[in-house]
Design a protein around this ligand. Structure first.
Ligand code: SF4
Ligand code: SF4
Length: 187
């Protein structure tokens, strides 16, 4: 299994921080039927955990199903050597919200690195260190109304999400992942 440098207690703090915010000040799942959470029949709607994020999960917990995937078979950065955790959930009715992965918590934003003179469509926030947040431009098997309408997101959510990624990129593996950016999907 690939080993990141982010500690278990940091992941716990990140989960706690993101527990306090939401992309918009209402349940956006109501407008789309929680499109980003319905994994039924769509195994690709599972997600990779970040290196070390598995430390705060119990693999025996049956609301998530687990697979260990070989990084060589997927489009990960070269520094990701070994196995990564891929989890599939059973949808919102079974979701243990306090344990939902970081990828669920920071969506629909996506971290990217931008040079000072660079910009990207869907840019939401630009930090001082080159780290920025855009609306996710990943290819998704559903349409997220927040992305399609470029909805105004809650400033607290944007700030918390930025803070989280700023901490996470201290881990060289996560830094490389964001640097390479792009969808991580099976070949
Ligand atoms: S798809 Fe978008 S609008 Fe729908 S629940 Fe997910 S984040 Fe909210
Ligand atoms: S873990 Fe929870 S928040 Fe994440 S996709 Fe599944 S149901 Fe949605």
């Amino acid at each position: 299994m690939i080993k990141g440098t982010t500690r278990k207690r940091t992941f716990r703090a990140i989960y706690r921080l993101l527990d306090q915010v939401s992309p918009v000040p209402f349940d956006c799942g109501r407008i789309c039927g929680a499109a980003c959470c319905h994994a039924d029949g769509l195994p690709e709607m599972g997600m990779f955990l970040l290196p070390g994020e598995d430390k705060i999960h119990q693999k025996t917990d049956d609301w998530l199903s687990w697979e260990m995937l070989d990084t060589d078979l997927y489009d990960f950065p070269p520094s990701w050597q070994g196995k990564v955790c891929f989890v599939n959930c059973q949808g919102p009715e079974h979701c243990k919200r306090a344990l939902r992965p970081i990828q669920c918590r920071t969506f629909p934003l996506k971290p990217v690195f931008l040079k000072a003179d660079e910009t990207l469509p869907g840019l939401v926030f630009r930090g001082k260190e080159g780290l920025a947040l855009i609306y996710s431009d990943d290819e998704l098997p559903y349409a997220c109304p927040l992305i399609t309408s470029q909805a105004r997101l809650d400033p607290d959510f944007i700030r918390a999400t930025y803070t989280v990624w700023k901490h996470l990129i201290r881990d060289p593996l996560i830094y490389d992942y964001i640097k390479e950016e792009g969808t991580v999907s099976p070949d």
